[in-house]
Ligand binder design. Structure first.
Ligand SMILES: [Zn+2]
Length: 260
């Protein structure tokens, strides 16, 4: 599942490939994943490609195409039109074709005039200016959950999933089971810095190389998780074996010595 750094890179690369180009007539293979009227798209010019939380947005004249990949969705930009097995929608763009699909058919594509309806429940983008230490502090004080669940709560912070939540907590030396309200001022400062640092590092390195959800990210280098999915391996700081526990049903990896 792509998280914020991977989506940010996808959006930048997609923008450089399709901006100012024109859409042809969309091919709808699976109407179930599509909201809105696809007939509105034909012959429209692509003004920009942006992101809001985990929504990938293609901006046309007064119209957006919004994609959400959920767990298994994908976006490929290819040179052929014929649908592949799990494709749901093909968007022709001046001789190239966006193939959007999902083997589980849970991904979504919406054609919409405004994006407020997509984002009203979303929390702040952790890479945005609005995401401040004060915002993090206030949000932590309101929550009764543990810190791992907090970081993955999309209504508070948008775009952090299981992998980066583990990496952020390792960087901040905070045990993932800690109640949010037990963090002191110094820990909250370090957590804030770790959120920015880890996401920016991942952005710089091209995200994690997990399952293929796009051909728009180069695979030459990638962010290597330090604890995530490294159960039993030595902690890179203290050599203690990394432990795996379940939090909210998700595998959670941490160093029992470094993370208090
Ligand atoms: Zn350690």
């Amino acid at each position: 599942m792509p998280e914020l750094p991977e989506l940010e890179i996808l959006v930048g690369n997609l923008r450089s490939r399709i901006k100012d180009k024109n859409l042809g007539k969309p091919i709808i293979v699976n109407p179930r994943v599509v909201g809105g009227d696809p007939n509105l798209l034909e012959n429209k010019t692509i003004k920009d490609v942006t992101r809001r939380g985990k929504w990938v947005l293609i901006l046309l004249d007064e119209l957006y195409i919004a994609f959400h990949l959920r767990l298994n969705g994908y976006i490929f930009l290819l040179d052929y039109e014929e649908p592949d097995s799990y494709d749901c929608v093909i968007l022709p763009i001046d001789g190239e074709y966006i193939h959007f699909g999902d083997p589980r058919r849970l991904a979504q594509m919406k054609i919409t005039k405004g994006i407020n309806s997509l984002t009203e429940e979303l929390g702040l983008d952790p890479l945005s200016q609005e995401f401040t230490l004060e915002y993090l502090n206030k949000s932590l004080k309101k929550k009764r959950s543990n810190i791992k669940t907090f970081l993955m709560d999309q209504d508070i912070i948008s775009g952090i999933g299981n992998t980066y939540a583990d990496e952020i907590l390792f960087s901040a030396k905070i045990n993932p089971t800690r109640p949010c309200q037990s963090l002191d001022e110094e820990e909250i400062k370090l957590l804030y810095k770790s959120i920015k640092d880890i996401l920016e590092e991942a952005l710089r390195l091209g995200g994690t190389s997990t399952e293929e959800f796009t051909n728009l990210i180069s695979r030459e280098k990638s962010f290597e998780p330090r604890v995530h999915r490294r159960e039993g391996e030595a902690c890179p700081i203290c050599d203690t074996p990394i432990v795996m526990i379940k939090i909210g049903g998700r595998g959670t990896y941490y160093c029992p010595k470094c993370q208090k």
